[in-house]
Design a protein around this ligand. Structure first.
Ligand code: FAD
Ligand code: SF4
Length: 494
């Protein structure tokens, strides 16, 4: 494994420095980006990950944990859960980071991938006498020692959604093995919507769906260093992203932090055996996807931390508008809080209901995790609607920061855009821009669209909920209380 000489990262500044000079092949707006860390559009996403390092120093109880792999405290994002409390504390940390950044801080996909792979590699070894689990433990141990960021790459381009990987017209529409040697495998394909991939040190590639025996070459899990020369990154656009190129900060709404997604293309990437954690065991792809999504769907309590910021911004603008004590305004803030806490309630309950796996880490409750994520596909949209309701139309028609600075228009804006006495037009503009950022702009990607599709589109959760709703048992409960004792039309008198 690479990085033999690397030093552990101890804070956000060292983390940012560790990303420099890696010569990643990154494209944005049709041009090659030479140093992503210094690109004004990309930098806020780097800052969001750096915040996870700094939180670990500010609140080690929340964001670090004792690891029995390294026998030292490690960043919670790299920890393999050893107790129910470990799973619950992931959620607490996620909420806090949502509050601190107001966006996606990008490290949970890797955290959830590590935890689901821990038990899946164990189960594959039990079934096939392979050596994946020990390899995987060595990989995780090294990542914990170095305090690295791991990206989790599951979603393939998928082409014709009615067909599986091996039935596609183009075999590369799902990541697959194109060559096997004694030393390892060669991968080709692409992954979509990859959160924080440029900000990662290593990326773990995984299959995205249940596979059949015909899909053997697609049943591959592999860790690849993010600076592997065979990887190309094509950066996703976010609504209003180029405001970061305009100078100033007010119009950006949240100038410091943003999320990050990019498409990754794998052009014949060689993976040595030591970084290979599944190769051909198609029957374990479904278990991996299900365990990963159980983790990741309750990780979406991150959105409640972001929701706390949005509720705060909505309360702030109502206050600036002089209507904070009006009954319908307070009721809308109550409704936003109710929706936000409903998401959190289901997520943290899923974590509290975690059970040990055969590999002795802890796995959250699948039904509750899916309920959490399903709420996330809906409630942030309603909360965004309520925030825009309280913000007024100016959230979408506010003139720019440059017009405030202009000597002719500035005084007019400061006069006409004041709210209640004692509140400057500039503070009002800042609150409005934050709401715009979270509901229409850059961070709406994380707060809304990611809430909809990240960790699976809504139907994926409904399928899991349907599988576990246990209707027959519930019908028996109803029959018992209703005094019904028929079975298939035959009456049995009790
Ligand atoms: C902001 C953001 C961040 C993300 N981060 C990551 C990440 O870090 N890592 C990662 O691996 N993935 C990530 N994802 C990907 C996410 O998991 C996918 O977007 C999600 O699984 C949906 O896949 P898709 O986007 O290809 O949509 P599609 O599959 O095209 O789905 C579109 C619609 O079609 C429906 N549909 C699709 N296929 C079928 C079918 N066979 N039968 C019936 N209906 C179907 C879906 O239910 C949905 O309604 C991220 C996504 C977003 C938006
Ligand atoms: S969407 Fe939430 S859970 Fe997923 S990586 Fe971003 S912050 Fe973490």
């Amino acid at each position: 494994m690479q990085d033999a000489a690397a030093k552990p990262l101890t804070n956000g500044t060292e983390y940012i420095e560790s990303l420099r000079g890696r010569n990643l092949k990154v494209w944005y707006l049709g041009e090659r980006v030479t140093e992503p860390v210094d690109h004004p559009v990309i930098r806020p996403s780097v800052n969001a990950v750096a915040r996870t390092y700094d939180l670990a120093n500010e609140d080690p109880h929340l964001a670090t944990v004792w690891s029995s792999l390294t026998h030292q405290r490690v960043n919670r994002f790299l920890h393999i859960t050893e107790t129910v409390t470990d799973v619950v504390d992931q959620n607490r940390m996620q909420r806090k980071l949502g509050q601190l950044t107001g966006t996606c801080f990008q490290r949970c996909v890797g955290m959830d991938a590590l935890n689901s792979l821990f038990s899946v590699t164990f189960d594959i070894d039990e079934a096939h006498q392979t050596a994946y689990h020990q390899r995987f433990r060595r990989f995780v141990t090294r990542m914990q020692e170095l305090n690295y960021v791991i990206g989790g790459a599951m979603t393939d381009p998928k082409g014709d959604r009615a067909k599986g990987p091996s039935a596609q017209a183009d075999p590369d529409l799902f990541v697959h093995v194109v060559k096997r040697t004694e030393e390892g495998v060669v991968l080709r394909g692409a992954k979509m919507h990859q959160t924080g991939c440029l900000n990662s040190h290593w990326i773990v590639f995984m299959p995205t769906m249940r596979l059949t025996p015909a899909d053997r070459d697609y049943a591959v899990v592999a860790a690849v260093p993010a600076d592997h020369p065979g990887l190309t990154y094509i950066y996703g656009r976010q609504s209003c992203d180029t405001r970061a190129l305009e100078g100033g900060e007010i119009d950006q709404g949240n100038a410091k932090f943003s999320g990050q997604e990019a498409m990754i293309v794998l052009d014949d990437v060689f993976v040595p055996n030591e970084c290979l954690f599944m190769d051909g065991e198609t029957e374990f792809a479904a278990a991996l996807v299900e365990r990963f999504t159980a983790y990741h769907r309750r990780s979406y309590v991150c959105k409640t931390g972001v929701g706390d910021v949005l509720i705060g911004a909505a309360a702030l603008i109502a206050d600036y508008n002089g209507v904070s004590n009006v009954s319908h305004v307070r009721d809308k803030l109550v409704e936003m809080t109710h929706l936000n806490e409903t998401i959190y309630g289901a997520g943290i309950a899923a974590s509290h209901e975690s059970k040990p796996t055969s590999a002795h880490n802890y796995q959250p409750d699948d039904l509750l995790a899916n309920v959490c994520k399903h709420n996330v596909t809906r409630f942030p949209y309603e909360m965004a609607r309520l925030a825009q309701d309280l913000a007024g139309g100016l959230v979408a028609t506010l003139p720019s920061e440059k017009d405030f600075e202009n000597e002719e228009t500035g005084p007019l804006l400061r006069k006409y855009l004041k709210g209640r006495e004692g509140v400057s037009a500039e503070d009002r503009a800042r609150a409005l821009r934050l709401i715009e950022n979270m509901t229409l702009g850059r961070n709406a990607v994380g707060y809304l669209t990611e809430s909809m599709h990240g960790a699976g589109s809504p139907q994926a959760q409904r399928i899991q909920i349907a599988r576990q709703m246990n209707l027959e048992e519930k019908k028996e409960l109803a029959k018992n209380l209703a005094g019904i004792s028929t079975y298939d039309g035959v009456t049995e008198r009790k």
